[in-house]
Design a protein. Structure first.
Length: 344
């Protein structure tokens, strides 16, 4: 196997030592290179006066500059274009190259094949609403966000947790028991978790404990029962008597009965744009919760609930405060993306 080419610093060091009347053997020992290499460098300098290597011709490039531009242009217009589609288009204009060559050209231009992120579908109406609210609340002081009780629901599965797991394994062993996670039909049962503020996490509510009929679905009536039992309790504990509630535009949240109930309680509701789950910092708190649950191995719902409560309560005040104080950055990102999805 060919060794690496010597750097210009080493070549110049060879010349410097030779000018000092050092023998080739001693130069090779000092610089830790082969004697033949030292001799070749000295001979090349004497015959050509150059130290740099001549440019090697190599294999001719399969694509022209125009072909390279065409490849990049297709990917720019539609990032979901496959290498096969690019290849078919190039064959129409008389250029026949492999998919590997197409990928190399894209790599040269800093393009990489990645898994596309899944974001909510945002219409023109949604974008306008997101931009309006972002601009309206961008300059709000930190205390404004600290006085908000953030709420949402999330599903925690007993088996096959929402968080994807990665495993180190060798080729040909994907189905080994120790390389797989367990799953059962209907996820083996699940619970729903619902609030937090900048000062910490609130009560973790299990919706199936609230419902009188365990077979019924979560609806406006069940949601009002949760609000009645939990809002005032958690708000006073985490914020005080002067608070505002954040809720998304889920049908059970904006139902007429729910709105009349909130109006009777005289609670202030933070206006919230549709299709904006990742603007809500509680989503990242739920991610922390599920990450902590990855180390648990509950076998039934009761164990899952106990583990979830423990994990939820273990989220530190510094973490929730950091999430809530990121609202300014989140709104700036919405404005910068012109209402489209952001990195959050």
């Amino acid at each position: 196997m060919r060794s690496k080419e010597l750097s210009m610093q080493v070549k110049e060091a060879i010349l410097k030592l030779r000018k000092q009347k050092k023998p080739i053997r001693e130069i090779a020992t000092i610089l830790r290179v082969a004697k033949s290499t030292v001799w070749y460098i000295l001979r090349k300098k004497a015959s050509t006066g150059e130290l740099s290597n001549a440019k090697r011709p190599g294999r001719p490039r399969k694509t022209t500059v125009v072909d390279d531009r065409r490849i990049i242009s297709m990917v720019k217009r539609n990032p979901f274009t496959t290498a096969n589609q690019v290849n078919n288009t190039l064959q129409v204009v008389g250029t026949s190259i492999s998919k590997s060559t197409i990928k190399r050209r894209l790599h040269e231009s800093k393009y990489r094949g990645c898994t596309a992120g899944c974001k909510p579908l945002i219409s023109l109406k949604h974008r306008k609403a997101r931009l309006d609210i972002a601009k309206e609340h961008l300059k709000k002081p930190a205390q404004f966000w600290k006085n908000i009780l953030w709420t949402d629901e999330t599903k925690i599965n007993l088996y096959q947790n929402d968080c994807k797991k990665k495993v180190w394994r060798r080729r040909g062993t994907p189905h080994y028991p120790k390389h797989t996670t367990s799953s059962v039909k209907h996820d083996g049962g699940s619970v729903m978790a619902w609030c937090m503020a900048a000062s910490g996490t609130g009560t973790l509510v299990f919706i199936d404990d609230v419902k009188q009929d365990r077979r019924s679905r979560m609806n406006s009536e069940v949601f009002r029962d949760i609000l009645s039992a939990q809002i005032q309790l958690n708000a006073v504990k985490l914020i005080g008597w002067c608070f505002m509630i954040q809720m998304d535009n889920d049908p059970k949240h904006i139902a007429k009965a729910t709105q009349e109930f909130i109006k009777a309680k005289k609670w202030k509701i933070l206006e919230w744009p549709s299709q904006s789950p990742y603007l809500n910092p509680i989503e990242h708190a739920f991610h922390l919760l599920k990450t902590k649950l990855q180390t648990e191995r509950p076998t039934n719902k009761q164990q899952l609930k106990a583990a979830a409560v423990k994990a939820w309560q273990s989220i530190k005040k510094e973490e929730t405060q950091h999430l809530v104080m990121s609202m300014s950055s989140r709104l700036q990102a919405v404005i910068a993306s012109k209402g489209f999805s952001t990195k959050y």
